[in-house]
Design a protein around this ligand. Structure first.
Ligand code: KIV
Ligand code: NA
Length: 265
């Protein structure tokens, strides 16, 4: 199997082949996502939401993200593995950012890391890249700043924020990021950003003009019944499938149907 690298993703943009990314947080899921032919697997800090039940991504720790990453790495043969650095593990302090990124690579086994923000975290990005660690950027609706935004609505609809996003995207390219996520911004802005930089953009809620698309696994397989943003396409209704399977098991056991003779020793 030919492994996907950061260089593969750059080449895909050059060849106009659209990049696919999904999240995974555990071994079994990562194995299936990899077998499905995904290009990149993100151990997102969305694990705070879908794995741990937190309302925001802020509470998840670096140790917890490293654990999720270790689990995913064991299940992946082909995809590029990108791991989120969580809130508080890289902002403001480049030394600390480098320590966090090194731990994610060394202990977690990631192939690259992702961090949220532009100019504000410039020094951290440079420090990490200088250590030989590939960095994926993340602009637009960056969930670690939710308490500053106050809402999960579309970002950069106004000219000023759109211009800052464009200049941050160019900065991330200049600093040497290998790709960047664009989350929940107008499609025309995402398209303009994608056309203005040579590194691939991977969109979520950012329209078809991006160089790739990413979704949260639990959302795209329909495990999250209560989360229905406009940008989400559900490929399965696993919430219904799984609750149905559980209630069938309950019924079969309660009625004495399970286990039958063939299922016994
Ligand atoms: O944590 C996450 O799942 C993400 C993606 C939505 C890009 O950052
Ligand atoms: Na994230």
């Amino acid at each position: 199997i030919k492994k996907i690298t950061t260089e593969t993703l750059r080449k895909m943009k050059f060849d106009k082949e659209i990049i696919t990314m999904l999240t995974a947080y555990d071994y079994t899921t990562a194995k299936m996502v990899d077998a499905g032919g995904i290009d990149a697997i993100l151990i997102g800090d969305s694990a705070a939401n879908v794995m741990a039940g937190h309302e925001t991504t802020l509470p998840i720790t670096l140790d917890q993200m490293i654990y999720h990453t270790q689990c995913v790495v064991r299940g992946v043969e082909r995809a590029l593995i990108v791991a989120d650095l969580p809130f508080g593990s890289y902002q403001s302090n480049p030394e600390k950012a480098l320590d966090s990124a090194v731990r994610m690579m060394k202990e977690g086994g990631a192939h690259s890391i992702k961090i949220e923000g532009g100019k504000e975290i410039q020094k951290s990005i440079v420090k990490i890249i200088n250590a030989g660690i590939p960095v994926m950027g993340h602009l637009g609706l960056t969930p670690q700043s939710i308490y500053q935004f106050g809402t999960y609505k579309v970002r950069a609809k106004e000219e000023e924020e759109a211009e800052k996003l464009m200049s941050d995207a160019k900065l991330l390219e200049e600093l040497g990021c290998f790709a960047l996520v664009l989350e929940k911004i107008p499609a025309d802005l995402a398209k303009r950003v994608s056309e203005s930089i040579s590194i691939p953009t991977i969109g979520i809620g950012a329209g078809a003009g991006c160089d790739g698309q990413v979704l949260v696994y639990h959302d795209m397989v329909g495990m999250n019944k209560d989360f229905s943003p406009k940008f989400l396409r559900r490929y399965l209704d696993l919430y219904t499938e799984i609750t149905g399977a559980v209630s069938s098991f309950v019924k079969d056991v309660k009625t004495g149907d399970f286990p039958n003779e063939k299922e016994s020793y």
